[in-house]
Design a protein around this ligand. Sequence first.
Ligand code: GRG
Ligand code: ZN
Length: 343
Amino acid sequence: MTSTKQLLVDLHVKYIQSLDTKKDDLEYWLTEHLRLSGIYWGITALDLLKNLDALNKEDVVKYVVSCQHDNGGFGGHVGHDPHLTNTLYAVQILLIEDALDAVNIEKIVEYVASRQDRQSGAFTGDEWGEVDTRFSYCALSCLSLLKRLDAVDVDKAVEFIMLCKNFDGGFGSTPGAESHAAQIFCCVGALAIVNSLHLVDADLLGWWLCERQLKNGGLNGRPEKLEDVCYSWWVLSALSILGKIHWINKEKLIEFVLAAQVYTLWSHFLALTRTFSNAKSFKDPESGGIADRPGDMADVFHTLFGIAGLSLLEYPDLKSVDPVYCLPKYVVQRIGLAERYHV
Ligand code: GRG
Ligand code: ZN
Protein backbone atom coordinates (compact mmCIF):
# COMPACT_ATOMS: atom_id res chain seq x y z
CA MET A 1 0.00 0.00 0.00
CA THR A 2 1.25 3.44 -0.88
CA SER A 3 -0.15 6.93 -0.90
CA THR A 4 -1.60 8.49 -4.04
CA LYS A 5 -2.55 12.04 -4.89
CA GLN A 6 -5.08 11.18 -7.57
CA LEU A 7 -8.48 9.58 -7.90
CA LEU A 8 -8.11 6.06 -9.32
CA VAL A 9 -11.14 6.22 -11.59
CA ASP A 10 -10.55 2.99 -13.57
CA LEU A 11 -10.02 0.96 -10.41
CA HIS A 12 -13.21 2.28 -8.82
CA VAL A 13 -15.25 1.57 -11.96
CA LYS A 14 -13.95 -2.02 -12.04
CA TYR A 15 -14.60 -2.40 -8.32
CA ILE A 16 -18.27 -1.35 -8.66
CA GLN A 17 -18.73 -3.53 -11.74
CA SER A 18 -17.35 -6.54 -9.87
CA LEU A 19 -19.74 -6.27 -6.91
CA ASP A 20 -22.47 -8.36 -8.53
CA THR A 21 -20.08 -11.13 -9.54
CA LYS A 22 -18.94 -12.14 -6.06
CA LYS A 23 -21.60 -14.85 -5.66
CA ASP A 24 -19.07 -17.29 -4.15
CA ASP A 25 -18.49 -14.91 -1.20
CA LEU A 26 -20.51 -15.37 1.98
CA GLU A 27 -20.63 -11.57 2.30
CA TYR A 28 -22.59 -11.33 -0.97
CA TRP A 29 -25.44 -13.36 0.54
CA LEU A 30 -25.22 -11.78 4.01
CA THR A 31 -25.76 -8.35 2.47
CA GLU A 32 -28.76 -9.35 0.34
CA HIS A 33 -30.95 -6.77 2.14
CA LEU A 34 -28.55 -4.07 0.87
CA ARG A 35 -28.75 -5.07 -2.79
CA LEU A 36 -31.02 -2.21 -3.97
CA SER A 37 -29.19 0.38 -1.88
CA GLY A 38 -25.89 -1.01 -3.20
CA ILE A 39 -27.11 -0.38 -6.75
CA TYR A 40 -28.04 3.21 -5.83
CA TRP A 41 -24.62 3.83 -4.24
CA GLY A 42 -22.81 2.11 -7.14
CA ILE A 43 -24.69 3.66 -10.03
CA THR A 44 -24.52 7.18 -8.57
CA ALA A 45 -20.77 6.79 -8.09
CA LEU A 46 -20.37 5.47 -11.66
CA ASP A 47 -22.35 8.39 -13.08
CA LEU A 48 -20.28 10.94 -11.13
CA LEU A 49 -17.18 9.16 -12.50
CA LYS A 50 -18.62 9.59 -16.03
CA ASN A 51 -19.00 5.81 -16.41
CA LEU A 52 -22.75 5.19 -16.10
CA ASP A 53 -22.57 2.67 -18.96
CA ALA A 54 -20.41 0.33 -16.87
CA LEU A 55 -23.64 -1.29 -15.62
CA ASN A 56 -26.27 -2.53 -18.08
CA LYS A 57 -29.32 -0.19 -17.99
CA GLU A 58 -31.85 -2.88 -18.92
CA ASP A 59 -30.66 -5.24 -16.15
CA VAL A 60 -30.67 -2.45 -13.57
CA VAL A 61 -34.21 -1.26 -14.43
CA LYS A 62 -35.56 -4.84 -14.52
CA TYR A 63 -34.09 -5.53 -11.08
CA VAL A 64 -35.51 -2.32 -9.55
CA VAL A 65 -38.98 -3.09 -10.94
CA SER A 66 -38.80 -6.58 -9.43
CA CYS A 67 -38.34 -5.07 -5.94
CA GLN A 68 -41.68 -3.18 -6.00
CA HIS A 69 -44.64 -4.46 -3.97
CA ASP A 70 -48.36 -4.19 -4.73
CA ASN A 71 -48.66 -1.40 -2.12
CA GLY A 72 -46.19 0.69 -4.17
CA GLY A 73 -43.19 0.45 -1.80
CA PHE A 74 -39.83 -1.14 -2.65
CA GLY A 75 -37.90 -3.76 -0.67
CA GLY A 76 -34.12 -3.98 -0.34
CA HIS A 77 -34.15 -7.06 -2.59
CA VAL A 78 -36.74 -9.18 -4.43
CA GLY A 79 -39.29 -10.44 -1.88
CA HIS A 80 -38.01 -8.25 0.98
CA ASP A 81 -40.52 -6.08 2.88
CA PRO A 82 -41.14 -2.59 1.51
CA HIS A 83 -39.29 0.29 3.18
CA LEU A 84 -39.29 4.06 2.71
CA THR A 85 -35.50 4.20 2.32
CA ASN A 86 -35.47 1.63 -0.48
CA THR A 87 -38.42 3.37 -2.12
CA LEU A 88 -36.35 6.55 -2.39
CA TYR A 89 -33.34 4.61 -3.71
CA ALA A 90 -35.53 2.95 -6.38
CA VAL A 91 -36.81 6.34 -7.59
CA GLN A 92 -33.26 7.75 -7.61
CA ILE A 93 -31.91 4.82 -9.66
CA LEU A 94 -34.77 5.07 -12.16
CA LEU A 95 -34.19 8.83 -12.52
CA ILE A 96 -30.48 8.29 -13.20
CA GLU A 97 -31.40 5.69 -15.83
CA ASP A 98 -34.15 8.03 -17.15
CA ALA A 99 -36.63 5.17 -16.77
CA LEU A 100 -39.25 6.36 -14.29
CA ASP A 101 -41.98 5.23 -16.71
CA ALA A 102 -41.06 1.60 -15.92
CA VAL A 103 -43.02 1.78 -12.63
CA ASN A 104 -46.44 2.88 -11.34
CA ILE A 105 -45.73 6.33 -9.85
CA GLU A 106 -49.18 6.78 -8.32
CA LYS A 107 -48.67 3.62 -6.23
CA ILE A 108 -45.30 4.93 -4.99
CA VAL A 109 -46.93 8.23 -3.95
CA GLU A 110 -49.68 6.30 -2.13
CA TYR A 111 -47.09 4.22 -0.26
CA VAL A 112 -44.98 7.21 0.82
CA ALA A 113 -48.06 9.17 1.96
CA SER A 114 -49.25 6.17 3.99
CA ARG A 115 -46.05 6.34 6.09
CA GLN A 116 -46.87 9.79 7.56
CA ASP A 117 -48.44 10.09 10.98
CA ARG A 118 -50.82 12.97 10.30
CA GLN A 119 -50.90 14.01 13.97
CA SER A 120 -47.14 14.44 14.56
CA GLY A 121 -46.08 14.91 10.94
CA ALA A 122 -43.36 12.25 11.42
CA PHE A 123 -42.71 9.36 9.03
CA THR A 124 -42.20 5.70 9.86
CA GLY A 125 -39.73 3.69 7.75
CA ASP A 126 -41.96 0.64 7.45
CA GLU A 127 -44.88 -1.11 9.11
CA TRP A 128 -42.81 -1.81 12.26
CA GLY A 129 -43.20 1.86 13.15
CA GLU A 130 -39.67 3.24 13.73
CA VAL A 131 -39.71 7.05 13.54
CA ASP A 132 -36.56 8.91 12.44
CA THR A 133 -35.79 12.19 10.66
CA ARG A 134 -34.03 10.17 7.95
CA PHE A 135 -37.49 8.87 6.98
CA SER A 136 -38.79 12.46 6.82
CA TYR A 137 -35.99 13.12 4.32
CA CYS A 138 -36.71 9.95 2.32
CA ALA A 139 -40.40 10.80 2.05
CA LEU A 140 -39.97 14.48 1.11
CA SER A 141 -37.11 13.80 -1.30
CA CYS A 142 -39.01 10.98 -3.01
CA LEU A 143 -42.26 12.95 -3.37
CA SER A 144 -40.42 16.04 -4.52
CA LEU A 145 -38.62 14.03 -7.22
CA LEU A 146 -42.02 12.70 -8.30
CA LYS A 147 -43.52 16.26 -8.09
CA ARG A 148 -46.13 15.02 -5.63
CA LEU A 149 -45.38 16.82 -2.35
CA ASP A 150 -49.11 17.62 -2.26
CA ALA A 151 -49.74 14.02 -1.13
CA VAL A 152 -48.48 14.70 2.43
CA ASP A 153 -48.90 17.37 5.11
CA VAL A 154 -45.70 19.35 4.49
CA ASP A 155 -46.30 21.86 7.33
CA LYS A 156 -46.65 19.02 9.82
CA ALA A 157 -43.55 17.30 8.42
CA VAL A 158 -41.57 20.52 9.00
CA GLU A 159 -43.04 20.86 12.50
CA PHE A 160 -41.70 17.39 13.41
CA ILE A 161 -38.24 18.09 11.96
CA MET A 162 -38.04 21.32 13.98
CA LEU A 163 -38.79 19.37 17.18
CA CYS A 164 -35.53 17.50 16.46
CA LYS A 165 -33.43 20.69 16.36
CA ASN A 166 -30.92 21.06 19.21
CA PHE A 167 -29.27 23.93 21.16
CA ASP A 168 -26.09 23.52 19.04
CA GLY A 169 -27.98 24.24 15.81
CA GLY A 170 -27.84 20.58 14.74
CA PHE A 171 -30.54 17.94 14.40
CA GLY A 172 -31.01 14.42 15.78
CA SER A 173 -33.02 11.36 14.77
CA THR A 174 -35.96 12.09 17.10
CA PRO A 175 -36.90 14.93 19.52
CA GLY A 176 -34.20 15.16 22.22
CA ALA A 177 -31.68 12.97 20.37
CA GLU A 178 -28.07 14.17 20.05
CA SER A 179 -27.01 16.08 16.92
CA HIS A 180 -25.39 13.81 14.32
CA ALA A 181 -24.02 14.86 10.91
CA ALA A 182 -26.03 12.28 8.96
CA GLN A 183 -29.29 13.41 10.59
CA ILE A 184 -28.26 17.01 9.89
CA PHE A 185 -27.95 16.20 6.18
CA CYS A 186 -31.44 14.63 6.34
CA CYS A 187 -33.05 17.58 8.15
CA VAL A 188 -31.31 20.37 6.25
CA GLY A 189 -31.95 18.53 2.95
CA ALA A 190 -35.62 18.00 3.81
CA LEU A 191 -36.04 21.66 4.83
CA ALA A 192 -34.34 22.76 1.59
CA ILE A 193 -36.75 20.62 -0.44
CA VAL A 194 -39.79 22.32 1.11
CA ASN A 195 -38.27 25.84 1.00
CA SER A 196 -37.91 26.14 4.78
CA LEU A 197 -34.18 26.78 5.19
CA HIS A 198 -34.98 30.03 7.02
CA LEU A 199 -35.73 27.79 10.02
CA VAL A 200 -32.08 26.67 10.20
CA ASP A 201 -29.66 28.63 12.39
CA ALA A 202 -27.12 28.73 9.53
CA ASP A 203 -24.19 30.36 11.38
CA LEU A 204 -24.46 28.24 14.51
CA LEU A 205 -24.91 25.03 12.51
CA GLY A 206 -22.15 26.05 10.07
CA TRP A 207 -19.75 26.34 13.02
CA TRP A 208 -20.76 22.94 14.41
CA LEU A 209 -20.29 21.38 10.96
CA CYS A 210 -16.87 22.87 10.21
CA GLU A 211 -15.65 21.85 13.66
CA ARG A 212 -16.05 18.25 12.45
CA GLN A 213 -12.70 18.53 10.57
CA LEU A 214 -9.81 16.86 12.42
CA LYS A 215 -6.06 17.46 12.13
CA ASN A 216 -5.70 14.63 9.58
CA GLY A 217 -8.14 16.45 7.27
CA GLY A 218 -10.98 13.93 7.69
CA LEU A 219 -14.39 14.78 9.16
CA ASN A 220 -16.19 13.09 12.05
CA GLY A 221 -19.95 12.85 12.59
CA ARG A 222 -20.06 14.30 16.11
CA PRO A 223 -17.59 15.63 18.72
CA GLU A 224 -14.98 13.18 20.08
CA LYS A 225 -15.60 10.61 17.31
CA LEU A 226 -13.26 9.21 14.66
CA GLU A 227 -12.94 10.65 11.15
CA ASP A 228 -14.77 8.71 8.41
CA VAL A 229 -14.98 9.22 4.63
CA CYS A 230 -18.79 9.13 4.59
CA TYR A 231 -18.92 12.38 6.59
CA SER A 232 -17.31 13.99 3.56
CA TRP A 233 -20.88 13.67 2.32
CA TRP A 234 -23.08 14.12 5.40
CA VAL A 235 -21.16 17.19 6.67
CA LEU A 236 -20.15 18.74 3.37
CA SER A 237 -23.58 18.49 1.71
CA ALA A 238 -25.14 20.38 4.65
CA LEU A 239 -22.38 23.03 4.52
CA SER A 240 -22.89 23.29 0.77
CA ILE A 241 -26.67 23.79 1.11
CA LEU A 242 -25.95 26.53 3.69
CA GLY A 243 -23.41 28.14 1.32
CA LYS A 244 -20.51 27.58 3.74
CA ILE A 245 -18.44 24.82 2.12
CA HIS A 246 -15.39 27.14 2.20
CA TRP A 247 -15.47 26.94 6.03
CA ILE A 248 -13.47 23.68 5.91
CA ASN A 249 -9.97 23.03 4.59
CA LYS A 250 -10.65 21.67 1.11
CA GLU A 251 -7.11 20.47 0.29
CA LYS A 252 -6.72 18.51 3.54
CA LEU A 253 -10.09 16.80 3.09
CA ILE A 254 -9.29 15.82 -0.53
CA GLU A 255 -5.99 14.34 0.67
CA PHE A 256 -7.80 12.33 3.37
CA VAL A 257 -10.39 10.88 0.95
CA LEU A 258 -7.72 9.97 -1.64
CA ALA A 259 -5.69 8.24 1.08
CA ALA A 260 -8.69 5.99 1.86
CA GLN A 261 -8.65 4.53 -1.69
CA VAL A 262 -7.86 0.82 -1.80
CA TYR A 263 -5.40 -0.52 -4.36
CA THR A 264 -2.33 -2.69 -4.84
CA LEU A 265 0.91 -1.37 -6.24
CA TRP A 266 0.49 -3.42 -9.42
CA SER A 267 -3.00 -2.05 -10.16
CA HIS A 268 -1.78 1.44 -9.38
CA PHE A 269 1.07 0.99 -11.83
CA LEU A 270 -1.29 -0.21 -14.58
CA ALA A 271 -3.70 2.66 -13.89
CA LEU A 272 -0.89 5.21 -13.95
CA THR A 273 0.57 3.86 -17.19
CA ARG A 274 -2.94 3.92 -18.70
CA THR A 275 -2.65 0.27 -19.73
CA PHE A 276 -5.27 -0.65 -17.15
CA SER A 277 -8.37 0.26 -19.18
CA ASN A 278 -7.01 -1.77 -22.10
CA ALA A 279 -6.31 -4.79 -19.91
CA LYS A 280 -9.97 -5.90 -19.97
CA SER A 281 -9.27 -9.34 -18.54
CA PHE A 282 -7.17 -8.02 -15.67
CA LYS A 283 -8.85 -8.62 -12.33
CA ASP A 284 -7.46 -7.64 -8.95
CA PRO A 285 -9.88 -8.40 -6.11
CA GLU A 286 -7.72 -6.38 -3.70
CA SER A 287 -8.07 -3.18 -5.67
CA GLY A 288 -10.60 -0.43 -6.16
CA GLY A 289 -13.17 1.30 -3.99
CA ILE A 290 -12.84 3.64 -1.02
CA ALA A 291 -12.80 2.64 2.66
CA ASP A 292 -14.13 4.53 5.71
CA ARG A 293 -10.55 5.55 6.52
CA PRO A 294 -7.02 4.82 5.23
CA GLY A 295 -5.98 1.19 5.72
CA ASP A 296 -9.50 -0.28 5.96
CA MET A 297 -11.39 -2.40 3.41
CA ALA A 298 -13.38 -0.75 0.63
CA ASP A 299 -17.17 -0.83 0.42
CA VAL A 300 -19.59 0.69 -2.07
CA PHE A 301 -21.22 3.00 0.53
CA HIS A 302 -17.94 4.78 1.32
CA THR A 303 -16.98 4.67 -2.36
CA LEU A 304 -20.04 6.75 -3.26
CA PHE A 305 -19.73 9.19 -0.38
CA GLY A 306 -16.00 9.68 -0.95
CA ILE A 307 -16.58 10.44 -4.63
CA ALA A 308 -19.66 12.61 -3.94
CA GLY A 309 -17.63 14.56 -1.35
CA LEU A 310 -14.86 15.09 -3.91
CA SER A 311 -17.47 16.28 -6.39
CA LEU A 312 -18.74 18.89 -3.89
CA LEU A 313 -15.10 19.97 -3.50
CA GLU A 314 -14.90 20.39 -7.29
CA TYR A 315 -12.27 17.70 -7.77
CA PRO A 316 -11.36 17.60 -11.51
CA ASP A 317 -13.15 15.39 -14.07
CA LEU A 318 -16.12 14.50 -11.91
CA LYS A 319 -19.74 15.36 -12.66
CA SER A 320 -21.30 17.79 -10.16
CA VAL A 321 -23.47 16.29 -7.45
CA ASP A 322 -26.62 17.93 -6.07
CA PRO A 323 -26.15 18.41 -2.29
CA VAL A 324 -29.88 18.07 -1.52
CA TYR A 325 -30.84 15.00 -3.57
CA CYS A 326 -27.46 13.18 -3.71
CA LEU A 327 -27.95 12.72 -7.44
CA PRO A 328 -25.81 13.98 -10.30
CA LYS A 329 -26.86 17.63 -10.85
CA TYR A 330 -27.78 17.08 -14.51
CA VAL A 331 -30.38 14.50 -13.41
CA VAL A 332 -31.98 17.01 -11.03
CA GLN A 333 -31.83 19.65 -13.78
CA ARG A 334 -33.43 17.24 -16.28
CA ILE A 335 -36.57 17.10 -14.11
CA GLY A 336 -36.52 20.85 -13.50
CA LEU A 337 -35.70 20.84 -9.77
CA ALA A 338 -32.15 22.21 -9.55
CA GLU A 339 -31.14 25.28 -7.55
CA ARG A 340 -34.55 25.95 -6.05
CA TYR A 341 -33.32 26.16 -2.47
CA HIS A 342 -32.06 29.29 -0.74
CA VAL A 343 -30.80 29.89 2.79
C1 GRG B 1 -29.96 9.66 -0.59
C2 GRG B 1 -27.77 10.05 0.55
C3 GRG B 1 -29.17 9.60 0.64
C4 GRG B 1 -29.66 9.19 1.84
C5 GRG B 1 -31.04 8.74 2.08
C6 GRG B 1 -31.16 6.68 4.55
C7 GRG B 1 -30.77 8.11 4.49
C8 GRG B 1 -31.44 9.00 3.51
C9 GRG B 1 -29.84 8.63 5.30
C10 GRG B 1 -29.11 7.84 6.31
C11 GRG B 1 -28.63 8.74 7.36
C12 GRG B 1 -27.85 8.00 8.40
C13 GRG B 1 -28.41 8.01 9.76
C14 GRG B 1 -26.68 7.43 8.09
C15 GRG B 1 -25.79 6.74 9.04
C16 GRG B 1 -24.40 7.33 8.95
C17 GRG B 1 -23.42 6.76 9.93
C18 GRG B 1 -22.03 6.66 9.49
C19 GRG B 1 -23.79 6.38 11.14
C20 GRG B 1 -22.84 5.84 12.12
O1 GRG B 1 -23.06 6.49 13.33
P1 GRG B 1 -22.24 5.99 14.60
O2 GRG B 1 -22.68 6.77 15.77
O3 GRG B 1 -20.79 6.27 14.12
O4 GRG B 1 -22.36 4.51 14.71
P2 GRG B 1 -19.77 7.37 14.53
O5 GRG B 1 -19.16 7.87 13.25
O6 GRG B 1 -20.51 8.48 15.27
O7 GRG B 1 -18.75 6.68 15.37
ZN1 ZN C 1 -18.84 5.85 7.37
